[in-house]
Ligand binder design. Structure first.
Ligand SMILES: Nc1ncnc2c1ncn2[C@@H]1O[C@H](COP(=O)(O)OP(=O)(O)OP(=O)(O)O)[C@@H](O)[C@H]1O
Ligand SMILES: [Mg+2]
Length: 258
C-alpha cells in the first residue's frame, strides 16, 4: 500500500487575545492511496483544524504534512475540499460553479464544459446545469460542491462533515453516491464526521481523536465487505465499539462545559 498523505508529529496551538489553545498534539498518521479514511472525535478536538492544515489553509505549530512525499506549504489543486456549509458561488450557475477551478487553471472552454457535465451527471444533477444555487435544495447544492471538487481531479478529497446539514434520507443517498464515485475514481478520501453510522458505512479505517488537545486515541479498521448492511450484527458491533471509544472523550468535553 502506497502512502498518499503523511502527517508527521503535528501539533497546533492557537494564540489569540492572550489565550493559548492547544488544538492538536503530536498527530502521526498515514493515509494510503485509494483509502477512505475517516476522523471522528468530540466537538472541538481539532478535526477541522487538522483538515485545514492538510488543505494548506492553516499552518502547523510543529510537524508537517506530506502529500506524495512533498511538504504541504499552502493550498493546491492536488487537494479538493468539501465543507459542511454549501460554498457555491450564488451568482454562477451549476455548470459555471463546477467549471470554476478548471477556468482558473486555463482549461479550454469546450473541454471544461465536457468535464463539468461528466461530474454533474455523476452526482445525479443532469438537467440542472443552468440552475442557480438558490434554485436547488441543500442536498443538491452539496452535490454540486462535490462535483466541483472532483472536476478539478485532486489527488485527495478532504471532506469536513459534508452531509451534516442534510436530512437522513438525502444523507444516505449521498453516502452511496460518494462511495460509487470513490470506487470508480479510486480517489483518496479524508473524511470528517460525527456520525458513527456514516463512518462505519463509508470507511476503510476510522481514526478517533481524544478530547482537546486532539491526539490519536485509536484507529479502527472496518473489515466489512461493501456494500455494507447497516443492520448486520457486524455493523452493530462496530457501532458499539466506536461508541465506547468515543464516549470517554465526549464526556471529558462535556465535563469541561464545552
Ligand atoms: N482560528 C482559530 N483561532 C483560535 N482558536 C481556534 C481557531 N480555530 C479553531 N480553534 C480552536 O481549536 C479547537 C479545535 O477546533 P476545531 O474546529 O478544529 O474542532 P472540531 O473537532 O472540528 O470541532 P467540531 O466537531 O465542533 O467541528 C477549538 O478549541 C477551537 O476553539
Ligand atoms: Mg469541525
Amino acid at each position: 500500500m502506497n502512502v498518499k498523505l503523511k502527517v508527521e508529529n503535528l501539533s497546533k496551538i492557537f494564540e489569540f487575545n492572550g489565550n493559548r489553545v492547544k488544538a492538536l498534539e503530536n498527530i502521526n498518521l498515514e493515509v494510503y492511496e485509494n483509502e477512505f479514511l475517516t476522523v471522528m472525535g468530540p466537538s472541538g478536538c481539532g478535526k477541522t483544524t487538522l483538515l485545514r492544515i492538510i488543505a494548506g489553509l492553516d499552518t502547523p505549530t510543529e510537524g508537517r504534512v506530506l502529500l506524495d512525499g512533498r511538504e504541504v506549504k499552502g493550498p493546491g489543486a492536488d487537494r479538493g475540499v468539501v465543507f459542511q456549509q454549501y460554498t457555491l458561488m450564488p451568482w454562477r450557475t451549476v455548470l459555471k460553479n463546477v467549471t470554476f477551478g478548471l477556468e482558473l487553471r486555463g482549461v479550454p472552454k469546450d473541454e471544461r464544459i465536457k468535464i463539468a457535465k461528466k461530474f454533474i451527471k455523476m452526482v445525479g444533477l443532469e438537467g440542472f446545469e443552468d440552475a442557480y444555487p438558490y434554485q436547488l435544495s441543500g442536498g443538491m447544492q452539496q452535490r454540486v460542491a462535490i462535483a466541483r471538487t472532483l472536476a478539478n481531479n485532486p489527488e485527495i478529497v478532504l471532506m469536513d462533515e459534508p452531509f451534516a446539514a442534510l436530512d437522513a434520507q438525502t444523507r444516505n443517498i449521498l453516502q452511496n453516491e460518494l462511495l460509487k464515485i470513490w470506487q470508480k475514481d479510486r480517489k483518496t478520501v479524508f473524511f470528517v464526521t460525527h456520525s458513527i453510522d456514516e463512518a462505519i458505512y463509508l470507511s476503510d479505517r476510522v481514526v478517533v481523536l481524544t478530547a482537546r488537545p486532539g491526539r490519536i486515541k485509536e484507529i479502527v479498521e472496518i473489515k466489512l465487505e461493501r456494500p455494507r448492511d447497516r443492520t448486520s450484527i457486524e455493523f452493530l458491533e462496530y457501532r458499539k465499539l466506536l461508541l465506547e471509544i468515543l464516549k470517554e472523550e465526549v464526556l471529558k468535553t462535556i465535563k469541561r462545559g464545552e
